[in-house]
Design a protein around this ligand. Structure first.
Ligand SMILES: Cc1cc2nc3c(=O)[nH]c(=O)nc-3n(C[C@H](O)[C@H](O)[C@H](O)COP(=O)(O)OP(=O)(O)OC[C@H]3O[C@@H](n4cnc5c(N)ncnc54)[C@H](O)[C@@H]3O)c2cc1C
Length: 420
C-alpha cells in the first residue's frame, strides 16, 4: 500500500481579486483548482453604497476579466479616456489620452475603467460559484507544511488538503509567504492614503486627475452615479469621484478626525478648486502605505501572486493590475508545460518568477521614486522634475510608451491571453 495521500492538482489560498481571477483562468484552461478564502460571501446589498475607493483597471485586466466571463457581471463602472497629472507648485504637468472633453471618444481611446473593489469582488464571486466546483468561502487557512513533492494545508477547523501546487494569493500580510519562510522587503512610506467618495460642483468628464502637493499626491478618479438619497433624479450625471489623498501619517490622522463639513473645505482647498466646490463626502477610510517585495515568488510546488508577492504605492493605481498579470503569466507558463505532460515543474515556476519579479520590481521602484521626486522641496529636484515632465509632455513617442506600459498589453503579448 502506498503512503502517498490524495493529491489535489492545485489549491489557491485567497479568492480575492487576483486569486479569483487565477482560479477562473485555470478553469478556462481545463484545470479545476480548489479555492480557499476567508472572506464572507457578498450579495447585492453592497451595491446600495459607494466604496471609498475605485480600482483603475487597465485594458489588459479588462481583457482578462472579459475572457473569464466576469466583465459582463460588473454592475457599475466608470470608463475614463483622459488623465491629467500636474504639480501644484507649478513644476510640470502631463496629459494622457483625451483630455479635451468636447472631442468625441471612441472605444480605442479608452484608458481604462474605474470599478469599486466590492463591485468587482461581487462579480468575481458570482463567477467562482458558477465555474469552480470546490470554491470555499469563510474558511481560514491556519498552517501550510512542505512534504517533498507536495504541500499540506490545514484549515482552522482541522480539515486538510494536499496539493502538487499551492498558489498563495492571500494578500499583503500573506500567511503562505510567512509559513513558507519567504522573506519580504518592506519600505514603510510613513504615509497614509485617505480614500472617500465625493461629489464635486463640476463634472469629471471621464478624466482622472492627480495633483502633486508638497505633502503627497491627491487624486480625483471618476465614479459611477448610483441612486442614493443624495441623488436628485434631475441632477446632471458624472459628478461623483473617488479620492486617494496621500499624506504623511500625522497629517492624515488629523484630516481624518475633521467633521465632514471641515473635510469638504479642506479637500476643496487642497484640490485648488480643480472641479469647483466638493459638496458631499461619503465612506471615508484610511490605508497606511508600505511597499513590499517578497524575496522569492516561488518555491518547489508553491507560487505567490498579487499582493502576497508585491505591494506598490497606489499613486499609479497599478496594484491589482500587476496581480492580474501575475495570474495570467503563471497560468500561461503552467499550461505551456502541461501540454508537454509536465505539471508545476520547478523550471516552470522559475520561469514565472523571472518574468514577473523583474517587471514588478521596476514598477515598484519607479512608483517609490516618483513619490519621493514629487514630494521633494529641493529646488534642484523640482527643476529636474519639471524638465522631465516637459520632455515627456512634448514627446508623443514617450507619452505612447508610458500609456502602453500602463495598459499592461505588452506583458500579455505572446501569451494565450494576447487578444490585441
Ligand atoms: C488606497 C488604495 C488605492 C488603490 N488603488 C488601486 C487602483 O486604482 N488600481 C489597482 O490596480 N490597484 C489599486 N490598489 C491596490 C489593490 O487594492 C491591491 O493590489 C489588490 O486588492 C490586491 O489583490 P489580492 O487579491 O492580491 O489581495 P487581497 O485583495 O488582499 O485578497 C486576499 C484574499 O486572501 C484571503 N485570505 C487572506 N488570508 C487568508 C487565510 N489565512 N485563509 C484563507 N484566505 C485568506 C482574504 O480573505 C482575501 O479574499 C489600491 C490600494 C490602496 C490601498
Amino acid at each position: 500500500m502506498s503512503d502517498q495521500p490524495q493529491l489535489e492538482q492545485v489549491v489557491i489560498i485567497g479568492g480575492g481579486l487576483v486569486g479569483g481571477l487565477c482560479a477562473l483562468l485555470l478553469a478556462k484552461a481545463g484545470i479545476q483548482p480548489i479555492v480557499l478564502d476567508a472572506a464572507p460571501e457578498l450579495d447585492d446589498a453592497i451595491l446600495q453604497r459607494r466604496d471609498a475607493r475605485v480600482l483603475a483597471l487597465s485594458p489588459a485586466t479588462i481583457s482578462l476579466l472579459q475572457q473569464t466571463e466576469v466583465w459582463p457581471h460588473i454592475q457599475r463602472k466608470a470608463d475614463y479616456y483622459g488623465m491629467q497629472v500636474w504639480s501644484r507648485d507649478g513644476y510640470g504637468s502631463l496629459e494622457f489620452g483625451k483630455t479635451d472633453s468636447t472631442a468625441p471618444c471612441t472605444p480605442q481611446d479608452l484608458l481604462g475603467s474605474m470599478v469599486e473593489p466590492s463591485v468587482l469582488g461581487l462579480a468575481i464571486q458570482q463567477e467562482l460559484k458558477a465555474q469552480i466546483t470546490q470554491y470555499h468561502t469563510q474558511v481560514r487557512v491556519q498552517r501550510i507544511e512542505p512534504f517533498g513533492q507536495y504541500w499540506q494545508i490545514t484549515l482552522c477547523d482541522g480539515q486538510q488538503f494536499n496539493t502538487a501546487l499551492l498558489i498563495g494569493a492571500d494578500g499583503a500580510n500573506s500567511l503562505v509567504r510567512k509559513m513558507a519562510g519567504i522573506g519580504v522587503d518592506v519600505l514603510d512610506y510613513q504615509q497614509t492614503a485617505i480614500s472617500c467618495a465625493i461629489k464635486t460642483e463640476k463634472p469629471h468628464q471621464q478624466i482622472a486627475r492627480q495633483v502633486f502637493l508638497p505633502t503627497g499626491p491627491l487624486a480625483f478618479l471618476p465614479m459611477t452615479d448610483i441612486a442614493t438619497t443624495h441623488l436628485n433624479k434631475n441632477e446632471a450625471a458624472g459628478h461623483w469621484q473617488s479620492v486617494v489623498w496621500t499624506l504623511p501619517e500625522q497629517d492624515a490622522e488629523e484630516l481624518n478626525q475633521l467633521s465632514d463639513a471641515d473635510f469638504l473645505k479642506a479637500i476643496t482647498h487642497a484640490s485648488g478648486h480643480m472641479l469647483g466646490q466638493v459638496t458631499i463626502v461619503e465612506s471615508r477610510a484610511a490605508f497606511p502605505l508600505a511597499a513590499r517585495q517578497a524575496d522569492r515568488y516561488v518555491l518547489p510546488h508553491l507560487a505567490l501572486i498579487g499582493d502576497a508577492a508585491h505591494v506598490v504605492h497606489p499613486l499609479a493605481g497599478q496594484g491589482v493590475n500587476l496581480g492580474c498579470l501575475d495570474a495570467a503569466l503563471l497560468v500561461d507558463s503552467l499550461m505551456r508545460d502541461a501540454e508537454r505532460g509536465l505539471w508545476a515543474h520547478w523550471q516552470t515556476l522559475n520561469r514565472y518568477e523571472v518574468k514577473r519579479r523583474t517587471h514588478n520590481s521596476l514598477m515598484m521602484h519607479s512608483f517609490s521614486g516618483l513619490s519621493w521626486l514629487q514630494g521633494s522641496q529641493l529646488k534642484a529636484v523640482q527643476w529636474l522634475r519639471s524638465e522631465g515632465m516637459h520632455v515627456v509632455a512634448n514627446n508623443p513617442l514617450l507619452l505612447n510608451i508610458f500609456t502602453e506600459q500602463a495598459s499592461g498589453k505588452s506583458a500579455i503579448k505572446d501569451t494565450r491571453y494576447d487578444q490585441y
